[in-house]
Write a protein that binds this ligand. Structure first.
Ligand SMILES: [Mn+2]
Length: 344
């Protein structure tokens, strides 16, 4: 992101290669990572709606779990149960990740093989802001910037560079994407670029009030029941700098809730004065390697480095991992507490 007069943010440039792909495509398959979060589903929805607005066809294919409160994002779009006749697509867009493996250990490679096995393989456009692991096929075209707050910001920049107008519905989806990945514009990644994109989206009819309601104020009672139980599990360590909460199968049962009801619970720990690292351990009873750990940090604490030490990833202030050597919440906590001080 460059600036004019140190004030007016100039939109991120998008390469002609990327623009040409989207200008030329008529039938686009939109993919994102497994268990899509707000940025994944919001950016996929925003892009698909904008494509439809141009008279093109866009199909979305999702893998893993979908959060009930985000499903409104795709209710007016075609969401495929399975990818069929892959030769019908003249472009595949991969959003908020840059490898098919992120669509799931089995489903991702199977889909990659299906798409590559057609007579005329569609080009792949990758739109992502995650730090690079192994690059996807050499034939892919990239709109990638790890300094972008979100994939929603990148898609907004793409639409701006394409000079495509888009609906309020698309603007809301993209606003939701950016809001999701920036802690509702409160983290260090809420940059002038993120706000410039959000400004465009509000100008196009997007509503932060509606996005706030959708992702933070539209929950079923079971979420609050579960929140009470999870708050009761709060422990503070290292002079109050590390907050740890756990979700266990017993809590889910008692609250008649699901793991998807824990969205953003990790923020409760980060809201405490003095906490630099908030940890939410999500154990749904899957056993060894299946316990998910969400991390949120403040200031200089690098949650990404901690997640990486357990094989996970994400961003500096928001990341996650599964500890392959721990079988339940208690083991995850013990192993985390053994190393966490190094990252404080
Ligand atoms: Mn993202």
């Amino acid at each position: 992101m460059t600036t004019r007069n140190n004030q007016c943010p100039v939109r991120r440039p998008v390469s002609q290669d990327v623009l040409s792909l989207f200008q030329g495509a008529e039938r686009v398959l939109v993919l994102t990572h497994q268990n899509p979060d707000g940025d994944a589903l919001g950016s996929a929805s925003g892009l698909a709606l904008a494509l439809c607005g141009q008279g093109k066809t866009a199909h979305i294919y999702l893998t893993g779990n979908r959060s009930d409160n985000l499903l409104f994002l795709v209710e007016n779009l075609t969401v495929l149960e399975a990818v069929e006749e892959p030769e019908q697509y003249d472009l595949v867009a991969l959003l908020d990740c840059h490898g098919f493996d992120r669509l799931g250990p089995d489903e991702g490679p199977a889909l990659a093989a299906l798409l590559a096995g057609t007579k005329k393989t569609a080009p792949l456009a990758v739109i992502d802001h995650h730090l690079l692991g192994d690059r996807e096929t050499a034939s892919s075209t990239w709109l990638w910037d790890s300094s972008a707050s979100s994939t929603g910001e990148l898609v907004t920049d793409l639409l701006s560079a394409l000079e495509w107008s888009y609906s309020k519905e698309a603007a809301d989806a993209l606003l939701l994407a950016i809001a999701s990945d920036t802690g509702f514009f409160s983290q260090t990644n809420a940059t002038s670029g993120a706000l410039a994109a959000a400004s465009d989206l509000v100008a196009a009819g997007g509503s932060l009030e509606e996005v706030d309601r959708r992702i933070r104020k539209d929950w079923p009672p079971r979420r609050l029941r579960l929140m009470g139980l999870v708050l009761n599990s709060l422990e503070l360590h290292f002079n109050g700098r590390v907050a740890i909460m756990s979700v266990t199968p017993a809590m889910l049962e008692a609250a008649q809730a699901e793991m998807s009801d824990t969205e953003d619970f990790v923020e409760m720990g980060r809201s405490l004065a003095g906490v630099d690292l908030s940890v939410l351990i999500k154990d749904s009873g899957g056993g060894q390697g299946a316990v998910r750990v969400g991390l949120r940090s403040r200031g200089e604490v690098n949650a990404q480095a901690l997640a990486k030490s357990f094989g996970g990833g994400g961003h500096r202030q928001a990341s996650a991992y599964n500890d392959p050597c721990a079988a339940d919440a208690r083991e995850v906590k013990t192993r985390l507490l053994a190393v966490v001080e190094k990252y404080l």
